[in-house]
Every structure is written in C-alpha cells, then in structure tokens.
Design a protein around this ligand. Sequence first.
Ligand SMILES: [Zn+2]
Length: 286
Amino acid sequence: MTRIIDIHIHIQPLDMLKPAALEVIQRSLSDFAQIQKFSASPAAFLRYLDAAGVERAGLISYVSPEVIGYTAEATDWNARYCSAAPDRLIAFGSVHPKYVTDAAAEVDRLVKIGIRALKVHPSHQLFAPNAYRDGLGPLAAIYERAKATGLPVMVHTGTSIFPGARNAYAQPILADDLGVDFPDLVVILAHGGRPLWMDEAFFLIRRHKNMFMDISGIPPQKLLEHFPRLEEIADKVLFGTDWPGPGVPDVRTNIEKFLALPLSESAQRKILYDNAARLFPRSSSW
Ligand SMILES: [Zn+2]
C-alpha cells in the first residue's frame, strides 16, 4: 500500500476564531458538523485519516490575533490535540514576534509541550518573513532557536482570501533571505506560491539546500501545469492537502488525483512519504 503523510491539515479550535474568519471557513465547507466533530475528538479524526489511507498528518496552527483571531492558546490547544497520537499527528505551532517578550524562550516552551515545527504566516500575521532585516529582531531569534532545536519552519506563500490578509507579504521571494541568513534552517514554503508565484518557489527550493515546499492548496490535477519540472525537485517537495481549507473537498479525493499524475514511481514515493518522513522522524520515545 502507498504510504502517505499529509503535511498540511487544519484541525483547529473553532471557538477561538474571529467571526469573519469562521464565516470564510463555514462558507467553503460542505460538512461543517464533521469538522466540529474532528476538532472535539482526535480519535474521530484518526479514523478519518485511516479511511483516507493517511499514515501521519501535520496539523497546522499559528498565532494571528490580527486576521484569524488566534493567540498563543491555539498553539497550546494543537499540542494537546496532537498528544493523543504523537506517532501520527505532527504538531505545528507558532511564536508571533510582535507579542512575545522572549522569543527564544517561547520556542523552547513549545518544544517541551510537543510542537515539532513552527508556522510563519506572513499575510495573516502582517509581517514579511524577512522582516528581521528591517528591525523585527524577535523574528531572527525565532529562526535561530528553531534551527538550534531542530524545528523546521513552514512559511505560508501564496494568496489568501481571509478578510484583512495582506498578500504583499505572501510572495515566496521574501523568504530568499532565510536561505541566505539561516542556511541550516529547514524551511518549507507552504503551497509553493500558489497561484501567482510558483516560479519564485521553484527557483528558491533549487537555490537553497534546506528549502522545501508543500503542494497543499494546489489542485493536484493542475500541479504539473504549475510545476512542469516537478521531477527535478522531487527530493524537496512534500504532499499536503490544506484540507478543510477553501477549495479542498476531501483528503482522499485529493490523493487519488495526485496518484493519477504521470509521475515516476520514485518521485511519487518521495513526495507522498519519504521527504516528510525524513524531516519528521518518529522519535523512539513516541
Ligand atoms: Zn493552510
């Protein structure tokens, strides 16, 4: 059987969302009750993953009081949620550089509660991923500490339709500086710059040895149109769906469409499983 890691899924504390953000999510979902059920029960969500044939999943969480409504509490919620099955659920968390007094200490705290990667969402957190070059000092401390503690950093790239999102921060090229200033930090460009800046993402992951991308939020049937040279970067690409985000009907349908692409077997295996398994090894204590 094909082994699959979906590195980009949003199961979240719905009651902590801003009303305007909740409305966008509700509008795009055909079955909101199902999402409520999964948010309340990791066991129910794990059964959904089983049915979809997904072995492990990255659950995304980030602090965005500005656009989404989430404070640091949302990250703690995610860590607790994923602790129900740490061998299968990979908890992403976030440190917002504008709202912490000691950014490095907060990264350490997140590691202790089980967070395995950080998410930076520039268009929802309202700073550029390279804003440390313009004086946002705590952001550099976050990257430094993530590197030191072995946490990959996922950076959102690509457009967002959430009210208040600022898409000028969402261009992949703004993350070029991360590859220059933190060459040993693992950076994952979420969504590969979809749909406006895919050529930027392609360039960056070829340029920087520790820069990767996920293909979540890109309709799989369009993937090779957007990345005709995907085979060349197959070592640096992670499968993800962004489910239940806008325009992603369900995880299994997404997988089937990906499997139908004319990719080599080795590229398919790397993207669906091997690359993410390498970045997020199962620790023996889990
Ligand atoms: Zn997402």
